[in-house]
Design a protein around this ligand. Structure first.
Ligand code: A3P
Length: 291
């Protein structure tokens, strides 16, 4: 495990993310119809990629499944300076669908000023910590955690790629009422997927029938995505870019609310809750931890 993190403005980045590229991102020329799915890692990015792609193709599953999900909705900032995807973005047809883990303060300036559209997804920090912990074992550009105890410390302190969860989520939460931002929560998607999918379609201004919504809900289910080779980027096959080691874990792990209970001790849980109560309390942002 010889992974060295990169640094960008005081924040750790996985070793495949290049700090110099991050500066170019701020000047990215945004189009009105660009769609950015933005998250702190492990908060439902792939789920939204699927929902947005299916909506884009009007619920036509066979059309949607002609390409892999990460080709339909590429990772915006990954190796952006030299990646073919990033270089081709200026000529890519509209609407450009992109996924990203950028903090608000590192996002393209035009996006933060209201151009293009942002679907931000947040998930309760306990389940994110658990999901991110397991993810570190399977991603070759992230350090293997030495223990769960240490990982929780690092998570709270923001000593991980993409920095602190609370900085990321709260920055975007502060801008949730920007007309070009839709702020969603993973737990709401679990509770009433249909309602959240309708919100997404309306926000994007894409007119869809109730039948299309039905199809989108059906084909974005955890089990469907886990067994679909166009959405399951890890299991049972080699992965592009080589950053996933599928012998070390699975991307479609559990997909539930409340798995934190199998990892947090009572003491950890109380300490963690107290920390986030202080951070989130004054902001009005709340999460469902129970599922
Ligand atoms: P778990 O590790 O808790 O299972 P991201 O896409 O942001 O990396 O987030 C990955 C997390 O979302 C994983 O959580 C994964 O299982 C879950 N996930 C992916 N697709 C999902 C779906 N269709 N429904 C519910 N959860 C999903």
């Amino acid at each position: 495990d010889h992974v060295e993190y990169n640094w960008y403005k005081g924040m750790r980045l996985a070793s495949h993310l290049v700090p110099e590229d991050m500066d170019d991102i701020q000047d990215f020329v945004v189009r009105d119809d660009d769609v950015f799915i933005i998250t702190y890692p492990k908060s439902g990015t792939a789920w939204l990629q699927r929902i947005v792609s299916l909506l884009h193709f009007g619920g036509d599953v066979s059309k949607t499944d002609q390409k892999e999900q990460d080709e339909l909705v590429p990772y915006f900032e990954q190796k952006c300076g030299d990646s073919a995807t990033f270089r081709k973005l200026p000529e890519a047809p509209s609407p450009r669908l992109l996924k990203s883990h950028l903090n608000f303060c590192h996002a393209p300036v035009q996006l933060t000023q209201g151009k293009g559209k942002v679907i931000y997804v947040a998930r309760n920090p306990k389940d994110v910590a658990v999901s991110y912990y397991h993810f570190h074992f399977m991603v070759t550009t992230l350090k293997n955690p030495t223990s769960w105890e240490q990982f929780v410390q690092d998570f709270v302190n923001g000593d991980l790629s993409r920095g602190a969860w609370h900085d990321h989520v709260l920055e975007w939460w502060q801008h949730k009422d920007n007309p070009n931002v839709l702020f969603l929560r993973y737990e709401d998607l679990q509770k009433d997927t249909r309602k959240e999918v309708e919100k997404v379609a309306e926000f994007l201004g894409w007119s869809v029938t109730p039948e299309v919504i039905d199809t989108v809900v059906e084909h974005s289910k955890f089990k469907k995505m886990a067994t679909n080779p166009t959405t399951n980027k890890v299991d049972g096959k080699e992965v592009k870019g080589g950053i996933f080691d599928s012998s070390k874990g699975t991307f479609f792990r559990k997909g539930v609310v409340g798995d934190w209970k199998s990892h947090f001790s009572d003491e950890q849980s109380q300490w963690f809750d107290a920390f986030y109560k202080e951070k989130l309390g004054p902001t009005g942002l709340q999460f469902d931890f129970e599922g």
